[in-house]
Design a protein around this ligand. Structure first.
Ligand SMILES: CC(C)(COP(=O)(O)OP(=O)(O)OC[C@H]1O[C@@H](n2cnc3c(N)ncnc32)[C@H](O)[C@@H]1OP(=O)(O)O)[C@@H](O)C(=O)NCCC(=O)NCCS
Length: 174
């Protein structure tokens, strides 16, 4: 029997690179992931490489690969909103790695980076209100529910829950 001790797991955020494209082509076409996220990538296949290269060449945003034991398992981004504020997005695309505490550890690494290295003061994210696993993971890092945002023209995601976290919040857990 193989015993995997996830508390000793090695999780890294590494800078995204062009050769990561095949992972994104797979994740962006995965219906489970589309249902849990914004659905923005439910697009024709030929558009996706262009979207990927535009994304990774952004001068303002910071895109990372989530690596678990050197394996590429997901994508985490810190998106610049203004000089004080960044948005976090996270997708663990390899589903066998869900629910093992990896998301919480990756988000905490991103908060350390955003608040302590990049100098931001506030973080926020938007999540589907029914995505309980994601909401629990964000709460475990200190995010609090701010309220619902409506996007009546977005057929994939007409409503999101906004969650926020300040660098000086007593709830911040990193
Ligand atoms: C959301 C995501 C990043 C979370 O990462 P993860 O590694 O799976 O989550 P973790 O194991 O770190 O934490 C999950 C938390 O949810 C809880 N949880 C999981 N399933 C749950 C359920 N059905 N009901 C209630 N709580 C649940 C876990 O107990 C844990 O909370 P705890 O630490 O307080 O016990 C990851 O699952 C993912 O990428 N999912 C697909 C894409 C997605 O939803 N992205 C977020 C879009 S906003």
């Amino acid at each position: 029997m193989v015993l995997i001790i996830y508390s000793q797991m090695s999780i890294k955020l590494t800078k995204i690179k062009k050769s990561d494209l095949p992972f994104f082509l797979k994740w962006w076409k995965d219906q489970d992931l589309i249902t849990l996220t914004s659905g923005n990538f439910d697009e024709p296949d030929e558009k996706l490489p262009g979207y990927f290269f535009k994304m990774i060449e952004s001068k303002k945003d910071h895109h990372y690969i989530i690596q678990y034991d050197e394996k590429t398992i997901g994508h985490l981004a810190l998106k610049h909103k203004d000089s004080n504020t960044f948005e976090i997005t996270i997708v663990i695309g390899e589903k066998e790695y869900w629910n093992k505490g990896i998301g919480i550890k990756a988000i905490k690494k991103a908060l350390l980076l955003g608040f302590n290295k990049l100098g931001y003061l506030k973080s926020y994210l938007e999540v589907r209100p029914e995505n309980i696993r994601a909401i629990k993971a964000y709460e475990s890092c200190g995010f609090v529910k701010k309220g619902l945002k409506k996007y009546p023209k977005n057929r994939y995601q007409p409503v999101t829950l906004k969650m926020v976290l300040n660098k000086i919040s007593p709830k911040l857990k990193i």
